[in-house]
Design a protein around this ligand. Structure first.
Ligand SMILES: [Zn+2]
Length: 166
């Protein structure tokens, strides 16, 4: 017998496999449309605790864990919400039009070279890339890297606050 799509309320056949966990031991079964949506948002860090996510990222980025766990907690919560909303059919992929963004948010997006439609996930991903590039511990030109890193970190703080308000 053919299993139905695991997405809530979907009656199509679940013919596409999508990994539930990063060790690929368990799978969801979705119809093509829902598998595509799910895969688009698939997160390598699924099912890791916030501390594990952060420790792994820090090891990859700096070779050793740093102290602040807030970033990872926000990330993991964001991902858990996405999965929950996705499975209950509440995730809207067509975003409602945004209201005009406050000036500091616009500057922060510009600093991180992100479009006005960027999400917190986009900001986190960009922050990680840039933080890796400009972290004073890993950069060649330590003085200018420190300045740039401070700007990037400040911009990301602004975006986290902005997205957190919703
Ligand atoms: Zn479906």
């Amino acid at each position: 017998m053919i299993k139905k799509c695991d997405h809530a309320g979907c009656t199509k056949a679940g013919t596409c496999r999508a990994p539930k966990t990063r060790d690929l031991k368990e799978y969801w079964f979705f119809c093509q449309e829902h598998a595509a949506e799910y895969n688009k948002n698939w997160n390598y860090y699924a099912n890791m605790t916030p501390n594990e996510i952060e420790a792994e990222w820090e090891r990859e980025t700096f070779g050793a864990p740093l102290k602040d766990k807030k970033t990872a907690n926000a990330d993991a919560a964001d991902y858990a919400k996405f999965i929950n909303d996705f499975l209950t059919g509440r995730t809207s992929f067509d975003r409602a039009p945004r209201r005009a963004l406050p000036g500091p948010v616009m500057s922060a997006l510009k600093t991180l070279d992100l479009p006005v439609t960027a999400t917190l996930r986009d900001a986190a991903a960009r922050y990680r890339t840039l933080a890796k590039k400009y972290h004073p511990d890993t950069a060649d030109d330590k003085k200018s890297a420190a300045d740039k890193f401070a700007k990037i970190a400040a911009a990301y703080e602004i975006l986290k606050k902005h997205f957190g308000k919703k």
